[in-house]
Design a protein around this ligand. Structure first.
Ligand code: GLN
Length: 452
């Protein structure tokens, strides 16, 4: 429990240095089997000593003494920011991302850099150039992706809080597979300065932790406007970590989302959790129509292909690492090739524009739904995760995000908490709230996480 740990650190029962040392010990024992960390910060213990000195002289940073791990697409000075790709295998961060600065200001200690699907493309943790990540909660299924190392590190107890990034589900999907909590913030809630792009109009950095409080606290720290990212909104950051009961609210359920979920056992777990929530809070269940969400996957990929192609043009082998086309894996190359084709002048932007039109339809359906509901609840994935090493087609892999992509396209916030298990496989529940209603989202996530 993050809250308990912070109390121990503040009261001097646990030093920051001891906290980091404990994690380094566990990482030393477990990481070779899990492959969650790609790099450990050699200065972590020294940084912790500094924090201990500051705490003694009255420093009250919100994350003081906690071990924080970063997905390898987030820039931090002196750390390898590889995106788990051979393309950037020798690239070292030359500046701190906005969120890293904020974490350090609040006394968080960067313990290391995490493995992931290459350039955040994937759902399995198996497209990394540095070997697959193992699911510590259930090794017979993949850990999910693309923030696979982030979820695995949290689930195996290798850090206090991890940061991931979510473009179409990359925080929510691995959180569900590894039995932890995670939040994809509203687009523009968190600065993207220092995050390497997958798709710049969708990407958001978000927290992953074993409890909702840890996610809330981290989100409170990293949210807010930025001098460097004009798309980060100045909407005031509420005190997310002051978690309150939701009371009676209106919960939307979408028949279209139910249809997209192909496994009745997953549906049953979500329905059961929802019923207990309704009962406990005297809330109201309301059907909402999300008529176009079956087109989410088809519209998401053209957007990602085109934006990813554009974002990767800087990896031409001159300034950063190797030329991407000559060094990346199959999935990354597929996306670059598709993006290159779609961006050709002769197509006059028609694929991208069509996709944006569908995105608008999905967004306006959510807007309408939120006129009569406060949150919407649905499963995280349409089916059970695959076994490690299974061969699935790109289409099958893309289809796995059918239930997480809609909230991404709408730019709204969504979180996952554990909801149950199917034959030992952890299953999460997805809670979705309107843009910039993270406080409501977190209160609801906390309530859901406490249900029997
Ligand atoms: N699985 C999706 C993709 O490969 C989502 C990735 C993400 O959210 N970063 O694009």
């Amino acid at each position: 429990m993050i809250n308990e740990k912070l109390k121990q650190i503040k009261s001097g029962k646990l030093s920051a240095k001891q906290n980091i040392r404990n994690f380094l010990d566990i990482i030393g024992k477990k990481n070779k089997d899990i492959n969650a960390f790609l790099h450990l910060n050699p200065d972590a213990l020294a940084d912790a000593e500094e924090i201990d000195k500051k705490i003694k002289s009255g420093f009250k940073g919100k994350l003081a003494g906690l071990a924080i791990a970063l997905k390898s697409n987030i820039s931090a000075i002196g750390m390898p920011v590889t995106c788990a790709s051979k393309t950037l295998k020798n690239y070292t961060g030359t500046f701190d991302a906005d969120i890293v600065k904020k974490i350090r200001q609040e006394g968080g200690i960067i313990i290391g850099m995490l493995n992931m699907d290459e350039f955040a493309c994937g759902i399995s943790g198996e497209t990394s150039s540095f070997g697959p990540i193992i699911n510590p909660r259930c090794p017979s299924i993949v850990p999910g992706g693309s923030s696979s190392g982030s979820a695995a590190a949290v689930a195996a107890g290798l850090c206090d809080i991890a940061l991931g990034s979510d473009t179409g589900g990359s925080i929510r999907n691995p959180a569900s597979n590894c039995g932890i909590c995670g939040i994809k913030p509203s687009y523009g809630r968190v600065s993207r300065y220092g995050l390497l792009d997958l798709s710049m109009s969708l990407d958001q950095i978000g927290p992953m932790c074993s409890d909702v409080y840890g996610c809330a606290l981290m989100l409170e720290v990293i949210s807010g406007k930025s001098q460097k990212d004009p798309m980060a909104f100045s909407t005031p950051v509420e005190k997310y970590s002051k978690i309150e009961p939701t009371g009676k609210i209106r919960v939307g359920i979408s028949p279209e989302a139910e249809k997209l979920c192909l496994d009745s056992r997953i549906k049953t777990i979500v329905e059961k959790k929802l019923s207990s929530f309704i009962k406990k809070t005297s809330s109201e269940k309301k059907p909402v129509a999300l008529k176009y969400i079956d087109l989410a996957v088809q519209s998401y990929y053209p957007i990602v292909f085109v934006e990813f192609f554009s974002g990767t043009r800087k990896f031409d082998g001159r300034k950063y690492g190797l030329k991407i086309e000559g060094s990346c894996g199959e999935e990354v190359l597929r996306r670059i090739s598709a993006g290159k084709e779609m961006s050709k002048a002769e197509h006059k932007g028609k694929f991208y524009r069509k996709a944006l039109q569908v995105r608008d339809l999905i967004k306006s359906d959510f807007d309408k739904a939120f006129e009569k509901t406060d949150i919407i609840v649905m499963p995280v994935t349409p089916s059970l995760p695959q076994k490690p090493g299974s061969k699935i087609t790109p289409e099958e892999s893309y289809a796995f995000d059918a239930l997480t992509i809609p909230a991404s396209l709408a730019g709204i916030c969504a979180g996952v908490v554990p909801a149950g298990e199917i034959q030992g496989i952890p299953i999460g529940i997805q809670i979705i709230a309107p843009a910039f209603r993270e406080k409501l989202l977190i209160n609801a996530m906390s309530e859901f996480s406490k249900l029997e």
